[in-house]
Write a protein that binds this ligand. Structure first.
Ligand SMILES: [Zn+2]
Ligand SMILES: [Zn+2]
Length: 461
């Protein structure tokens, strides 16, 4: 993106409203040390050496309880979505949970409450992608997830520990992930939302339709996870809606069986002190993919870590990114340079480069994947997350890549994927990944590119 556009974008939209309070830039005695707590030693996930065979982390499927019955098809009916995306308005959604069948707890009825502009930078543009044939390479799993974080994770990790809650959807062991026959579509959009997060619009089925139009083999819903203690509640599902979320995605999974894989994932939060809660949450359903994101825009995050210099805040963000990788809780790190939207007009990667390099070394050592998120093009600092320079540094370290649109509206599914793949190629990547049952699968970048290009060409006539 040209500087010009960037600048334009920057001035066009001021940084996140609440987040950016330029006022207190430098001085402020509240400045907190960026490093929250002691971090756990890097997990055993071994560093990933060879790209292609990098192991995926073991699915950490719950060790906890075996499953209760798989609740498959779901009956959750959601209300009609509003058409307007973007934070600020709130889609009025009423999710009707399926009658809790034997498997899980009953799903609470959820009516999304009030509106609220979310501070999450959310993109806004329609788009479509396109695809065609090729075959995925299976990536062997990496070392078992040795490190489930657990207690050692953070100093303040005891903020709360929830009582056991039975898992909601459990798949019978051996359940195949994909139901789609071999065909030209081979790639997955690994990041998108549902109206349950209060700042996304459209039923899962609408996203699925777009996934087909974009030439994808599958889409993975990764809606914002519930959080306890009233942690930034306006941009996520309520804790009581978790089951409804699982059911809502499950409904689409059933509906598109054989045509498009519609999988359950989660955009889980990383915020020091909540590791236990998150760890437990990840055991409540059988996920295909868990994205871990550091959302610096959260009021809680800002009040705790902002206060020093702008540069210091950015460094803290990257430290947290590395901490989240080492927690062993996630499969992939979401939009890993999101902090560039914090005072975007003064973002200067070269100044942070050495610090980012050190953080990437820590991240690479865990074997975790990182996301190339195309929605960054619609944010204050109009560039994908991460930008190309950081992408090159990630490629040098052989950090696996997953691509996500971060769609908060159906038309964005698969958005800018060809461009994203081209960026990856330019950065030195040769392949790209997605997760199935929390195991990483690798595809040749060229195969994915040609599949999407063929699909585009076919659409164009
Ligand atoms: Zn969001
Ligand atoms: Zn996010």
């Amino acid at each position: 993106m040209s500087k010009k556009n960037k600048a334009k974008a920057n001035q066009a939209k001021k940084p996140t409203p609440k987040a950016a309070k330029p006022a207190k830039k430098v001085h402020n005695k509240t400045a907190k040390p960026s490093k929250p707590a002691k971090k756990p030693a890097p997990k055993a996930r071994k560093a990933a050496p060879a790209p292609k065979k990098v192991p995926a982390r073991k699915p950490a499927r719950t060790a906890a309880k075996p499953a209760a019955k798989p609740i498959k098809a779901v009956v959750v009916k959601a209300a009609k979505p509003a058409t307007k995306p973007e934070h600020g308005a709130r889609p009025a959604v009423a999710v009707k949970p399926a009658p809790a069948s034997k498997a899980g707890p009953a799903t609470p009825k959820s009516a999304i409450p009030s509106p609220q502009p979310a501070a999450l930078p959310v993109p806004a543009a329609p788009a479509a992608a396109s695809p065609a044939p090729a075959a995925p390479v299976k990536v062997p799993a990496k070392a078992p997830s040795p490190g489930r974080p657990s207690s050692k994770t953070s100093a303040s990790a005891e903020v709360f520990v929830k009582p056991e809650v039975p898992p909601v959807r459990r798949e019978p062991p051996g359940t195949p992930g994909s139901t789609v026959k071999k065909g030209s579509a081979i790639f997955y959009d690994s990041h998108m939302h549902t109206p349950l997060c209060k700042h996304a619009w459209g039923e899962p089925e609408e996203y699925a339709e777009q996934g087909l139009r974009a030439g994808l083999k599958g889409i993975i819903f990764t809606c914002h996870c519930p959080m306890p203690n009233g942690f930034w509640p306006t941009v996520r599902m309520d804790e009581a809606e978790f089951d409804a979320y699982v059911a809502m995605v499950g409904r689409a999974t059933e509906k598109y069986k054989g045509r498009l894989d519609v999988w359950l994932g989660l955009e889980s939060e990383y915020y020091p002190g909540y590791e236990k809660y998150i760890e437990h949450l990840h055991q409540r359903a059988d996920f295909h993919f868990i994205l871990g994101s550091v959302h610096w825009q959260a009021k809680e995050y800002l009040s705790k870590y902002e206060g020093g210099t702008i540069e210091g805040f950015r460094r803290t963000y990257f430290n947290h990114l590395a901490d989240s990788a080492e927690s062993g809780l996630y499969d992939c790190l979401g939009h890993p340079d999101l902090v560039k939207n914090y005072h975007p007009d003064s973002w200067c990667f070269p100044i942070l480069k050495d610090h980012v390099a050190r953080c990437l070394d820590r991240i690479a050592a865990t074997g975790i994947a990182m996301e190339l998120n195309t929605s960054g093009l619609n944010k204050s600092y109009a560039e994908m997350n991460p930008g190309n320079e950081m992408l090159g540094m990630m490629a040098e370290r052989k950090i696996p890549i997953v691509v996500g649109s971060d769609a908060h509206r159906a038309p964005r599914v698969g958005d800018h994927f060809i461009r994203a793949l081209e960026n990856l190629k330019a950065a030195g990547y040769k392949d790209v990944s997605y997760f199935e049952w929390r195991q990483r699968k690798v595809l040749k970048l060229d195969d994915v590119l040609s599949s999407l290009r063929k699909h585009e060409a076919a659409k164009a006539g």
